[in-house]
Design a protein around this ligand. Sequence first.
Ligand code: ADP
Ligand code: ZN
Length: 518
Amino acid sequence: MIKEARNKLNNVFGYEDFRPLQEEVITQVLDKEDALVIMPTGGGKSLCYQIPALLFDGLTIVVSPLISLMKDQVEQLQQYDIPAIFLNSTLSPDEYQRNVDRVRNGEIKMLYLAPETLMMDKTRKLLATQNVDLFTIDEAHCISEWGHDFRPDYRELTEIRKDFPNATCLALTATATPRVREDIEDILKLDNSETFLASFDRKNLFLKVADKEDPLEQTLDFLYTRKKQSGIIYCFSRKQVEELYVELKKEGHSVKPYHAGLSKKLRNRNQEMFIRDDIQIIVATIAFGMGIDKPNVRFVMHYDLPKNIESYYQQIGRAGRDGLRADCLVLYSRSDKQKIQYFINQKEGTEKKVAEKHLKDMLKFMETDECRRVPLMGYFGETYKKDNCGMCDNCLSIDAEVEDLTVHAQKFLSCAVRTGEQYDAYYIADILRGSTKEQVLENGHDELPTYNIGNEWAKEQWILLARMLVNQEYLDRNESHGPLSLTDQARAVLDGKENVFGALDRSDTVVGDQAMER
Ligand code: ADP
Ligand code: ZN
């Protein structure tokens, strides 16, 4: 049988070889054993039922909640000359009837349905006349309240499954925590089934979380070294999308917005422009990205904290589809966390409990000192075994040497004090490096004892130090680019009572020339 499956793979679909787990799943299905398949998006779930569908005598039913994806798949299959159709509310009565007739006449190999269509009496009566070999449930996580996308309709599938005693049941999803997995198995009664779990590790994605301090400046810094790269920036709200879009536009970036508040026409146009590389960046809410298969997305940035790991994973999953390195950056702040908490507090019962658990898991990822892949893949029930992935901020900072930076910190802090704690990091770095800029000379700051005592470091290094001193709470900054003032802890450093340790973090924002110019 598997030989014939391979034959279909080569000759119908035109692929050379199976992807990981496809062959195993197909073998299981052809043996008429139930299976639960958990494979990340883009992993190749569809072939797991499309190939058996071609080999079975009877009908294959595919339940899917996504009408747009249903349509895409059916059109694709029809191009391969596979008799596949769908039944859902988007069809005209005539088309609907024609499709029903084709099923009744046994002309069809694959029938795609939304769950609510499947539950209708007339559909059940129609299917009772057919020999159904395979009952496929796509997006099977929708069955569980513990998933991120619960659909009460999916619960009815338990009953409907009984209509097809000869059919093998194949449930597929891109995201299922161990808890959701148990729910799927219980609810669909997949007692003797096998679970196929593909790895969720996307090795070419560099994962980073940064404290959100001055998000606009951080975004501009991030984009500065990615001038020609294609990327997505996700924001929490439509309003935030619009604001950031305007700012980036002002800075000369090639960018368009995307959110549900825009007309469908405009949304489609912006999406098309992004896919065709007519624009470089799309600033979007979570409404953007479903079904998008653009290979060269080089970065996905989260301007705001994502709601849960599933959506985060799905969103970063749109980067680096070509297998080349791509960068994923989240800006994380406590106030974002409170914003999400606020929405959670309006919920009740299980829904609230579930949302709380999702937030907690997300925060675990944000706040870990370990490799980011440990909590990320742990969430999907996978144990990450490598000590150092080499592709996340935490693993890199283990490599970066933590140095004693006390002397440099003292120079910087002392210069900030001597200029009255009224200046930003760029100006202080200028003084330390003996700049002859007009402003420095006019202010008489070339007379200071701290003038020109720091030219052993490039300006970039001083800026990174300043950022680190803010992070470690030696310096306070009330507004973006605002003056830096010393904390009590900083005075202890100046008095020689405390040493400053750290690694100058260059992995995210290599502060480029843009910063130098300020
Ligand atoms: P999923 O449903 O898991 O997100 P799809 O089934 O849509 O993934 O497959 C993702 C892409 O990978 C599709 O373009 C599909 O044609 C392609 N694909 C799937 N299996 C193979 C394979 N064995 N060889 C090459 N390409 C494949
Ligand atoms: Zn790591």
